[in-house]
Write a protein that binds this ligand. Structure first.
Ligand code: DGT
Ligand code: CA
Ligand code: CA
Ligand code: ZN
Length: 572
């Protein structure tokens, strides 16, 4: 699947166009990239049907470029832009504070092409001397370069998802493979993944390996062996495949799912019982000479299924999302594992944007798409005044939206609630008084980085009629640090003020982060919201639910698993 690869290319084109000060075009390319990234379908299949231009945000011009790239493996227009400015633009602009225009200047004046060039120039003090830069911006670059480097190594879960799922489906459908599972951090749904680990069984492992390593999507084979191979696929994602014996599949699943810390604690749990646990099985080694170093020494107690392994260890089966060694093994022993929330428990989505602010679709289109996903209610939350984005609601457009929402409620099979994503400013929400009457619920978020974020947020929670506090830390994974918040104070205030805390499902947010979700799950109530800006992004819900699961949440911890009446009565 080349969706991610194409989205990245379109973003680079947008950067180049921004440097040329092209109007509108950069935004058009970014919107197209965003829509392509959230497609669940393979863009090559869409192209095969001749339907590229039916993708939202893809018109004739972008459509033709995608077609050229898919058909020839290259896009002349893009190659031309790169030849004019031979800079690794996406990587350099991933440093917080470095935009496309800065990147151009750094290239023209210092010859910086790569992240490494940028780092060594900053270390040598060459950047401070440039006009318009100075010591402070040089230090800023140094401060943020580490994060940018890490972001090259770890892909967002939501970006890796379609790529990984596509490969999993392909291997499942391939006769050469029997069982196939994605394991590692992907199975645990960590917010970012270093690589994708795949575990499989196959009657003829050589044939399975051959199929895996020679597929069209493989860009590079890093290593190839009889039972283990590593490749890099389209989108620059590394994939490891391990083929194991079917009789040892369960213990291999446990081992390669991890986390490493979970495995260590589990292995010690086995050792305490005179057993040995490894990727080959669970063995009773009480009668075995300690000098014997065979991995399979002793009497095999379990290994075929994961359930067998945990069961034999006298543990309940532990969902992969909570295998992080934060108390799950003791809970499994005591029969006290949480009954984790599931995607099918979710009945509504409480943050989404429309074309009244920075979304791509109308109120009606978003509501219809939510109804197709069997949701019972949605809250429309376009950006209110003072949000630092180009298009926000004003008195006129808000009135229009209220009318649209009413009209949608007349004939759609879903309840559309009127909301807003209000900006938390120095002076609270600053909304026109009449808007409060029109809104069923008010979502508030902060999209700035003041020096006193906790104070501002706490004041707003206390003084304004906020129902849901959105993406609390305002982090962008791999891009922007979280706010320096006193999270405990914010959570306690939210609880006192009856404000729900959002778990935002956007791949780059996943905010509130899962560790805090776990810590405060008995203090506050959560909502999981997609913050969708397109109809396709409504499918991000599963990413948010996965983070709620990592935070040990049951359905009762998540308000949008409730019926509409129960949800609204919480906020009364
Ligand atoms: P990643 O790829 O950095 O996002 O994280 P993981 O968790 O997928 O780690 P990875 O790909 O290095 O290894 C996959 C799994 O294999 C890992 O979750 C647990 C297991 N594993 C790897 N190395 C070790 C180890 O040294 N000790 C133990 N007990 N397990 C390991
Ligand atoms: Ca991995
Ligand atoms: Ca790996
Ligand atoms: Zn927002």
């Amino acid at each position: 699947m080349k969706n991610q690869e194409i989205a990245t290319m379109l973003r680079e084109i947008a950067d180049f166009l921004e440097i040329q000060e092209a109007e509108y075009k950069p935004r058009a390319y970014r919107t197209a990239a965003r829509n392509i990234e959230s497609l669940s379908e393979d863009i090559e299949d869409i192209h095969a049907r001749g339907e590229l231009e039916e993708i939202e945000g893809v018109g004739e011009s972008i459509g033709e470029k995608i077609a050229e790239y898919l058909e020839t493996g290259e896009l002349e227009y893009y190659e031309g832009l790169k030849a004019d400015l031979p800079v690794d633009i996406e990587t350099i602009t991933s440093v917080e504070g470095v935009g496309p225009k800065t990147a151009k200047k750094l290239y023209l004046e210092v010859g910086i092409k790569t992240l490494d060039d940028l780092e060594s120039a900053a270390e040598k003090g060459e950047i401070a001397d440039l006009e318009g830069f100075g010591e402070k911006s040089q230090q800023n670059i140094l401060d943020h370069i580490e994060r940018a480097k890490e972001s090259q190594e770890r892909m967002l879960l939501g970006r890796a998802f379609p790529i990984a799922q596509d490969i999993e489906t392909r291997l499942h459908d391939d006769d050469a493979f029997d069982q196939v599972d994605i394991v590692g951090s992907f199975r645990r749904r960590r917010p970012t993944v270093g690589d994708i680990d795949i575990l499989a069984t196959a009657s003829v492992p050589e044939t399975a390996m051959e199929r895996f390593c020679t597929h069209d999507d493989v860009k590079e084979v890093l290593s190839r062996g009889e039972t283990k191979s590593s490749v890099v696929v389209s989108g620059d994602l590394q994939m490891d495949l391990r083929i194991v014996d079917g009789t040892e599949y369960g213990s291999a699943l446990v081992y390669f799912t991890g986390s490493k810390d979970h495995n260590i604690t589990l292995r010690n749990w086995a050792i305490d019982r005179d057993w040995k646990l490894n990727e080959y099985g669970l063995f009773d080694v009480s009668g075995v000479d300690t000098e014997e170093d065979s991995q399979r020494a002793g009497e095999r107690l379990a290994s075929e299924t994961e359930a067998d392994v945990y069961d034999t260890l006298d543990l309940a089966w532990i969902p992969p999302e909570i295998r992080e060694d934060t108390g799950e093994i003791d809970a499994a022993a005591a029969g006290e594992l949480p009954d984790l929330v599931e995607i099918d428990d979710v009945r509504g989505d409480l943050q989404l944007h429309t074309d009244y602010s920075d979304g791509s679709h109308s109120v009606r289109e978003m509501a219809e798409a939510a109804a197709e996903r069997e949701l019972e209610y949605v809250l429309v939350t376009d950006h209110g005044p003072h949000a630092p984005i180009p298009s926000t609601l004003d008195e006129e457009t808000f009135e229009e939206q209220v009318a649209d929402v009413e009209a949608a409620n007349e004939d759609l099979n879903i309840t559309v609630l009127q909301g807003i994503e209000a900006e938390i400013t120095e002076d609270g929400l600053e909304l026109p008084e009449s808007w409060y009457d029109h809104c069923d619920l008010i979502v508030a978020g902060m999209h700035s980085t003041p020096s006193d974020p906790t104070e501002r947020i706490v004041d707003a929670l206390v003084e304004s009629p906020i129902d849901i506090f959105a993406h609390p830390s305002n982090r962008l994974i791999n891009e922007r640090e979280p706010l320096d918040l006193d999270t405990e104070t914010v959570m306690e205030t939210a609880a006192e003020e009856n404000v729900a805390i959002e778990i935002n499902a956007q791949p780059q947010r996943l905010d509130l982060d899962w560790a805090s979700v776990k810590e405060y799950r008995n203090t506050v109530s959560y909502v999981v919201s997609t913050d969708a800006h397109t109809t396709g992004e409504l499918d991000f819900m599963h990413l948010g639910v996965a983070q709620a699961r990592r935070g040990w949440c049951e359905a009762s911890n998540v308000l949008n698993t409730h019926s509409l009446d129960d949800l609204l009565s919480f906020f009364e």
